[in-house]
Design a protein around this ligand. Structure first.
Ligand SMILES: C[S@@+](CC[C@H](N)C(=O)[O-])C[C@H]1O[C@@H](n2cnc3c(N)ncnc32)[C@H](O)[C@@H]1O
Length: 337
């Protein structure tokens, strides 16, 4: 894996409540060597409305493993969305899809691999601050037989990006990553510079980061538990991740992009759910618990524990589980070309 020059400061405890990644933190186990080169500007988006992030104590190896698993599960549960979205971007790229794609804040690479599948023969450079996530991405690339076309590059997207020449990129992709950055405008300016004239940027974001799994009445405790959990999570969101509800239309235009399309996605999965859904819900709720346990009423906490547990009330076994999330995708173009 390549490594970018050192970026921002490491603060392992600075995390986002529902967005997974230990923010501006240090990858566990990577010390101050190469893996420590990029300061993360994130608190996980587990985002994509991906789940609740590691606890505020921040970023031990088990938390990173759970975060990586959550990102992979998000990609698996929402596989059809990701496949459809990347196919749409490929369609918009038309008869000049090009040979180089960058995935900004790639996580474990769910977007990277969907892009590699749709852009046949293209090289996909996957950038992230986390050496742990990039390590997992590299292993998956090998398993999928894509190692020759996927390159992991450790970089702080709030700093300089190494090795990407001006105009050298055909398509840039940023899924649920831009809102983690300290300065998304500066990052968008860098994207514009590395894209060739006519090249595309696809951005996926959400103004509603929570994934929903439960009906209002789950037959346990008081109605509306999930809403109360989300209210507790949201209480810290504005301060911790101010870019989450940014106006990306405006941002893209101000950065010099021409807006090609915007498309909202209301993701609603009902039974029969993909096999990964139960574990996805369980991990989401574990992360949520780590954020809100000390503020929850005792009866709600007991129900949450039952949902997380492997007993009959647990989300892995319930037949009333759904998976619902909202995302919006923008495709923008560098003028010219
Ligand atoms: C919510 S995850 C999204 C991952 C992936 N794009 C996906 O859709 O599954 C956000 C990602 O952005 C990365 N990230 C956050 N801040 C970053 C920064 N300043 N530089 C590089 N990567 C960053 C995180 O490490 C994490 O992998």
């Amino acid at each position: 894996m390549e490594t970018a020059p050192a970026g921002g400061p490491h603060r392992p405890g600075d995390q986002h409540p529902f967005d997974g990644t230990p923010a501006r933190g240090q990858d566990p186990g990577h010390g101050h060597g190469a893996g420590d080169g990029a300061g993360h500007g994130h608190g996980g988006d587990g985002g994509h409305g991906h789940g609740a992030g590691p606890g505020h104590g921040g970023g031990d190896a088990a938390e990173w493993a759970a975060w990586a698993e959550l990102l992979d599960l998000d990609g698996e549960v929402f596989r059809a969305y990701l496949a459809g979205l990347t196919a749409w971007v490929r369609e918009l790229a038309g008869d000049r899809p090009g040979g180089r794609i960058i995935d900004l804040g790639c996580g474990t690479g769910t977007g990277t691999f969907a892009l590699a599948r749709n852009f046949e023969g293209a090289e996909v450079i996957a950038l992230d601050a986390s050496a742990d996530l990039l390590g997992r991405l590299t292993a998956t690339a090998r398993d999928l037989g894509l190692a020759g076309r996927v390159r992991a590059l450790q970089a702080d997207l709030d700093g300089a990006w190494p090795g990407l020449g001006a105009g050298s990129v055909d398509v840039a992709w940023a899924s649920m990553s831009l809102h983690h950055l300290a300065d998304p405008d500066a990052a968008l300016a860098r994207v514009l510079a590395v894209l060739r004239p006519g090249g595309l940027l696809a951005v996926a974001e959400t103004d509603d980061p929570f994934v929903r799994f439960l009906p209002d009445d789950i037959g346990l405790g008081r109605r509306g538990l999930e809403e109360r959990l989300h209210a507790e999570l949201a209480a810290g969101t504005g301060a911790e991740m101010p870019e989450l509800r940014a106006d990306w239309d405006d941002r893209l235009k101000r950065a010099g992009f021409a807006l090609v399309a915007r498309r909202p996605f209301a993701l609603r999965l009902t039974p029969p759910l993909p096999a990964a859904a139960g574990r996805f819900a369980q991990l989401w709720m574990e992360r949520t618990r780590s954020r809100v346990a000390d503020r929850l009423a005792g009866d709600d906490l007991a129900v949450l524990d039952a949902l997380i547990g492997d007993g009959p009330d647990g989300v892995r076994h319930r037949d009333d589980l759904i998976v619902a999330a909202n995302r919006t995708a923008w495709v923008a173009q560098r003028p010219g070309g």
